[in-house]
Design a protein around this ligand. Sequence first.
Ligand code: C2E
Ligand code: MG
Ligand code: MG
Length: 752
Amino acid sequence: MSLNIASKLEAGKKQRIRVVIAVTAVVLVLVTLCVLLIQLLLKKERLEIEGHVMEVAKQSAVATDILINGDFQTLNLFAHIFEQEPKYLNRNSVKPVLKAAINNTRFYSMGVAYPDGDIIIYDANQGFAPPINVKDFKYFQEGMSGKKYLNFSKSFYDEDKLIVVYEVPIIRNGKVIALLTGAHGAEDYFRAIDITAFNDEAVVHILDGEGHLILRDPSPNTILKSSIFETDDVPNEQRVKALKAKEPLSYWFKDVNGVRKVAAYIPIGYNDWKILAILPFNAITHNSNSVLRYAVIFFFVISTLIILGIRYNIAIRQRSDSMIMNFALQDDITHGLNKTSFYLEAEKILFDRKSEEDENWAIILMDIDNFKIINEVYDMEKGDVVLRDIAQILRDTIQYNGVFARLNDDVFVIMYKYREKSDIVSFVSKVTEDISAFKLSIKVIPSFGVYEISDKNVAISTMCDKANLAKKTVKGMVDCRYAFYDESLSQSILADKEIEDEMEAALKNGEFEMYLQPKISMKTMLPCGSEALIRWNHPKKGLIPPYKFIPLFERNGFIVEADRYMWEQACKEIHSWIEKGLEPLPISVNISRIHFKYENLVDTIESLVKKYDVPKRYLELELTESAFLDNEGAVNSTIVKLQELGYTIAMDDFGVGYSSLNMLRTLPVNILKLDRGFINEATCTERGFIVLNHVIHMARDLKATVVCEGIETNEQAEILKTAGCNIAQGFYFAKPMPLNEYNNFVYNQQRA
Ligand code: C2E
Ligand code: MG
Ligand code: MG
């Protein structure tokens, strides 16, 4: 489960990376959008500013155009008069006309130039000028070729004064007969270009076709002196292009002081002249500024919110991840390590830690044999308390010598440091003792499997599996609570697996057979009964003896079915003897202690006996003495009940390792089957002989029949006879045999 969580966390991490990538992409898109928006706004603003400058230039151009047109119209009017009345061109009669004209126009001075270059000029202030020849003047040459002329130049009379000079040809019969000139101060033009706009920051010049400033803005903001080419703030091509353009054109540049400005060129319509308006960028209240500001603020707010959101989200996730991780690494019941964290810790100990001299490590797997019963008898909550108490015992016993975890249900794993193998045995005994001391009506019995770590490169999970294999070999055993793993175990586990795969089908197919071993009366030396012993007649492996499968059946519970089958076979046989009119000899059947755990023994036996109509005296029940130890109270009451119902109870294998004598005081048994160890001892040593004698006497005193097992020699048979044993069973008399052989053996002999 923890690994599952770990993989979920891993998936969560990947998901977060995907989210971060996605959000980064969103932020990038936002940034790009903002940049585009800003660029758009800037472009719009530039266009707006260019529009403003162009507007300034246009106003100046219009004002200039009005001036020029007006002056040319005035001149044209007088030229027309001269054309109609050429007599006024007469050098004498022209003077009063000029004088009169001055009074009615804006011109300060007017003049008439004749084809020979002579000119008569009348100036409002100076009167008639001295005669001069203008043959070499540009306006004369232009005029004589039929063109009108306009230019700014310095006044004849005042070098500091700029005047505007106009000229129109007087044409008669398609021939230029004279030129009419007019001049006045440039003040009106200065006014025309002096647009009061943008806090007077705009400057406007009039340029000729070469880029010379023919009328220069007098404002102090003016940087240019005489030509647009005198600075190098923009490439000359750009200025040339603007100069040559027939349409209005503008460009951006930085002036000598580094101020960003826009220049707008607009043609006036005369002499390739242009209006040049220049405006600094910051002269205009930028509407877009606030929009831009809002856009930037908006962007930062959104970005900050997104980033904060992500960080918050990641922090929350990380916190919940670490909580999940804690849960994932902690056992929910004991609050100690769980499987995942145990594996990690164990690896850390094996690989990261500097090991001490003589230090060995073992993986010990422990589980509680009857934990399910505790849960059933009490409840899950009580079960959890027991598990927590067990964890506390482990904690106290292990101390600094290792780590432990609850793997699942009632299974604990311990990684234990030891020097001698006996340290592990002491550890196991101490834990067993403490756990057994729990004050519960059901005894808590742990069993252990130990894997001594010889190669630390073996995966911890494999070590646990091996310890588990060892544990399985002792599960359910009463006399042995722990086992060490050795490689042969794997083999036996494989063999067990094979048996388990086949056992059910074998039972159905009748591969299990009942063999009967005769029992001999010591008094008559004739058969007086038999013991039913199971054999597996395997189609491939042949006859398999019980020691190869009975312990496994006891561990996996299949013994319940196998025994029931044997009991039924025994009942069937007794029934058939009765039917055949033979006098049946009792058959004793083995009853595994496992029955006391799983079923109602009394009911099963009763129903079988009823089914085959078997008188109860013919069915004896053998229980090994270890069965009585498991749960004395429950077993005893069952045995008493069976005895009351008329069954004979035998205690099998009496004398194998337990305080048998003591048990006899309380156990209600009818037959004592002495283990063959007694007879072996009795034949070898004097003490053994004495013990056998006394046990037999004691049993007789307790009114129990004594059966001795494993009689192999005549000598043994004689010893038993002498000692007063009632019945003997052993190869000396007869081996366990199939039914037909047994029937021959019994019914062809004289019987006891
Ligand atoms: P057990 O109940 O004590 O059965 C007596 C065992 O001693 C039998 O072994 C028998 O063959 C063997 N035996 C008899 N005389 C001699 C002898 O002179 N020398 C030696 N060395 N052995 C002798 P078996 O049949 O191999 O059964 C072994 C054990 O398996 C039984 O011990 C019993 O505990 C168990 N078992 C056999 N059949 C069943 C069964 O149907 N149900 C249950 N629950 N256990 C069974
Ligand atoms: Mg037996
Ligand atoms: Mg026996």
